[in-house]
Design a binder for this molecule. Structure first.
Ligand code: 3HC
Length: 302
């Protein structure tokens, strides 16, 4: 089935068979959405243990969706979950599963060298038509693409947490991304039921370029003693209509992730005050208080 899907996809430029590398929150979320919209998905990570956790995460999220979508028809809900799960297979060996994939989408650790090594390795095994894309939130797509010989078939697809609920996808083109690839990535985003926006390969694209300095500014406001975390959060929720306040969102995104992004930008543009590091953020990360996922960040969680 995969082969026939893929050969028609080659002709039409439509993405049907997807390989997602990285079974973390982002990768699993993307796999779930792709499977829910009828794509054939292979989710790849290093070990069976991690993949078991990813599948469990997908199942839990699908249960929450089914509970709402099929409120008075639990049987139809269970059927929906089974149908989606059928579209997802897992593997711990990317090279052996990408022989007929239309898209390889990477959502692994935010480390340029590791991403480059991954893609330069897969470049040799993937068919010619296969598009490569990264879900990086802050690294230049161009630098990752340059590790391959398919810079024209390389772009960015940046999703938002929680992937099943957030409607946006940033589609990033580098100066080398060809039109066919860019169009295929736009169409794929729409086929996932998302709303794509076009971005250039600039730091943070659109959302993070605005959101991360805003969250850093909230920490600085608090560091200066100008407001409590609770008051700043309530203020932005009730005064600006944000669903979460900046400290809640920092904990949700992960303090390590936020620190990684701001440190990278600060290194590249040290004179920009928007990218200045924060002692409070650094200290929390040093203490292993990384937000909701570790049970404590700016707030404590049960
Ligand atoms: N899967 C399925 N359903 C989920 C879910 C998930 N992962 N997470 C939440 N839900 C469901 C809940 O079950 C709940 O359903 P119900 O209405 O039937 O009870 C519903 O969504 C609402 O959830 P909650 O009541 O728990 O909370 P909220 O109403 O506050 O909604 C939210 C949750 C959608 C996360 C909302 O708070 C929100 O939009 N927050 C901001 C998120 C945001 O800004 N994300 C971007 C971060 S930046 C990023 O990701 C980029 C990266 O590069 C750093």
């Amino acid at each position: 089935i995969i082969r026939s899907l893929s050969s028609s996809a080659v002709r039409s430029g439509v993405i049907k068979h997807v390989t997602i590398i990285g079974g973390g929150l982002m990768g699993a979320g993307i796999a779930q959405v792709a499977a829910s919209t009828g794509h054939s998905v292979v989710l790849v990570d290093q070990s069976e243990d991690i993949l078991k956790k990813s599948t469990k995460g997908i199942e839990d999220s699908l249960k929450r969706i089914a509970k709402k979508k099929f409120a008075d028809k639990p049987e139809a809900g269970a059927e929906f979950i089974q149908k989606v799960l059928k579209n997802v297979t897992t593997s711990s060996d990317a090279a052996s599963v990408i022989h007929s994939t239309d898209l390889v989408l990477e959502a692994i650790v935010e480390n340029l060298k590791i991403k480059q090594d991954l893609f330069s390795g897969l470049d040799k095994f993937a068919p010619d038509h296969t598009i490569f894309a990264s879900n990086t939130s802050s690294l230049p797509i161009t630098d990752i693409a340059n590790s391959t010989s398919r810079q024209d078939r390389f772009g960015g697809l940046h999703f938002f947490n929680p992937v099943p609920l957030m409607k946006l996808v940033e589609v990033i083109r580098t100066p080398m991304t060809n039109q066919k690839t860019f169009d295929a990535l736009l169409e794929f985003s729409k086929a996932l039921g998302k709303h794509p926006v076009s971005c250039k390969d600039t730091p943070g694209f659109i959302v993070n370029r605005l959101l991360v300095p805003y969250m850093m500014e909230a920490i600085r406001l608090h560091e200066k003693g100008h407001g409590s975390k609770e008051d700043i959060d309530v203020a932005m929720k009730l005064g600006a209509g944000y669903p979460m306040g900046p400290f809640e969102l920092l904990d949700y995104v992960g303090l390590d992730t936020s620190k990684f992004i701001i440190d990278g930008w600060h290194e590249r543009d040290p004179d920009n005050p928007l990218f200045a590091p924060s002692p409070m953020l650094n200290q929390l990360v040093e203490q292993g208080k990384l937000g909701k996922k570790t049970g404590e960040g700016f707030y404590k969680y049960k």
